[in-house]
Design a protein around this ligand. Structure first.
Ligand code: PEP
Length: 257
């Protein structure tokens, strides 16, 4: 397998400055000694991006992600951060399409397509989240739901641009609920996503595209998820807020590298 293995921690709107510093220090101190086969990505709240990026600069397999960006490069958009600003700060990734952004900030397919283009334009890589709500899973229409998310917000990218994208499959019913998709459910959807990428682009690109699982991933279930052949890593919410738990998930990924 020639895909990058990745474990990313989405801190969301958590941790004050001192707590963020403590968490980042705890993760980085151990990360330094860990296998460089697993790329570690930390997505702290925006005000901490610069400091935590500086703290991680000497560890090549650690990168930093923003949790959002605006689609315009600059201008009168009070409170917003552009992909160009992130790039100027040397931030490697931006998370786009997270279900919380879709739900609480009305980010629809069209807005997300513009944000995806903006990140590519600025040279910031993307962790693109997709995933279905419970009622869609219960009606067994999750594949067409996820395909629409990909088609309407991501698949306008060229083949070269698509190489800058990591996909995160995050079933909404598993986010922050303690309910994890079974390894088989995750594998089925990851394989489906990979097939769609192959159909739209090429098999080579699909084979090289990292697809992460997100949704109550924790030390107790990480290994079984990572045992699935199309699960290349995880986007972790709650469990990324405790250094020890997050590090255990990284270890689980490294063991199966
Ligand atoms: C997330 O919000 O990206 C996520 C996966 O959260 P949690 O791990 O808490 O379910």
């Amino acid at each position: 397998m020639n895909r990058q293995l990745i474990v990313a921690g989405n801190w969301k709107m958590n941790k004050n400055l001192m707590e963020a510093f403590t968490l980042a220090s705890g993760v980085l101190a151990k990360a330094k000694k860990m296998s460089n086969k697993v790329e570690i990505v930390l997505a702290p709240p925006a005000p901490y991006l610069h400091t935590i990026n500086s703290m991680s600069k000497n560890i090549a397999h650690v990168n930093i992600a923003a949790q959002n960006c605006h689609f315009e490069p600059s201008g009168a958009y009070t409170g917003e951060v552009s992909a160009e600003i992130l790039h100027s700060m040397d931030i490697a990734y931006v998370i786009l399409g997270h279900s919380e952004r879709r739900k609480y900030f009305q980010e629809n397919h069209e807005i997300l397509a513009k944000k995806v283009s903006a990140a590519i334009r600025a040279g910031v890589k993307i962790i693109f989240c997709c995933g279905e709500p419970l009622e869609v899973r219960e009606s067994n229409t999750q594949e067409s739901f996820v395909l629409q998310q990909l088609e309407e917000s991501l698949f306008h990218l060229s083949e070269t641009e698509m190489k800058q994208v990591v996909v995160a499959y995050e079933p909404i019913w598993a986010i922050g609920t303690g309910k994890t998709a079974s390894p088989a459910q995750a594998q089925d959807m990851h394989a489906f996503i990979r097939t769609q990428v192959a159909t739209k682009y090429t098999t080579e690109l699909a084979d090289a595209c990292s697809i992460l699982y997100g949704g109550s991933c924790k030390p107790s279930n990480a290994a079984e998820l990572f045992a699935e052949k199309d699960v290349d890593g995880a986007l972790v919410g709650g469990a990324s807020l405790k250094a020890e738990d997050f590090l255990q998930i990284i270890q689980a990924r490294a063991k199966q590298a």
